[in-house]
Design a protein around this ligand. Sequence first.
Ligand code: MG
Length: 390
Amino acid sequence: MIRIALLGATGSIGRSTLEVVRRHGDRFRIVGVSAHRSVDALAGIVDEMEPEVAVVADPSALNGAAATGRAGATEWRSGPEAVAELARRGDVDVVVNALVGAAGLDATLAALEAGHRLALANKESLVAGGPLVRRVLARGSGTLVPVDSEHSAILQCMEGAPRDSVARVVLTASGGPFRGWTSDRLAHVGPDAALKHPTWDMGAKISIDSATLANKSLEVIEAHVLYGLDYDRIGAVVHPQSIVHSFVEFVDGSVLAQVGDPTMELPILYALTYPERRPDPVLRGFDPVAASPLTFEEIDHDAFPLFGLGVDAGRRGGVAPAAFNAGNEIAVAAFLERRVSFPGMARVVDAALEAVGAAEPASVDEVREADREARRAARAEVERLKERTA
Ligand code: MG
């Protein structure tokens, strides 16, 4: 049995992970689950999976009622430290980190330091904490397997190939709901339109990030951290059908792609069984005729400036990606609250990047300080923009 700690069990990736676990109950056992605030949803998962421990990250959400009087021996805990403790539990084989936002970094470091396999869906861990994660991995502690479809594709294409045989990687991007739109037309779009993703069913934060292409720049930074490729060797291309999940080009000019219908369940299953593969009764192969035609386009940097801003932050390195991520979290939240326009999000992130340098972080505290500073600057910019548009 592979014993799994599922962090972020009630979110989109968490629910997909539970679907996979249900189909492979002879192989996987959930030993711990966490949720940010969704206590009722978490209680339902606890009733079904009967884990050893259930953690609610926000202590104010756990008012005792949900956790008491329930059958079974599940221990209920609360607070961010309890999430990190779940990630480092000795009886866990795989930690699935499906937390949302920069809060996922502590759990990532805890899981790796404990020597676990980390199935990582929290991209902010690598973006904000890239230098710290690389340091832990360089010590030989833990194994990181990405759950993101693009990075899973790259891992699958690189499997068995010497690292110096890789010339470059090309990430694919769906282009989001505003593919082909001009920057003028984008000035007036609101959250409802931005949340309607054409090919992927995801949470609100990542749906907005897909609409702005900030998500793709986060993934470029992730690829840099995961595969040690410099930024000149990481490309991105729009591919509206989301069938090709990424390309890996080798030094002899050969290019491998991993293809399939857009479902997160495949990269989740692969991360749980890596490097083995397991037959699945639901996931099916690729039908090239049904998927035709497959098309590819350049990214429109004018309409989607957050892509370039994010990649530039990656190139600057140090805490600049952390600042980009933090500024972007504030920008997305403000956009969802209709306090900032679609193009205004890039200005908010720019202000965060301006306020924070690119010093190399020596500790989680220094990453956190950069994160706080970036959020302060981003919030101030949200206020300033609001005054201007009022
Ligand atoms: Mg992705």
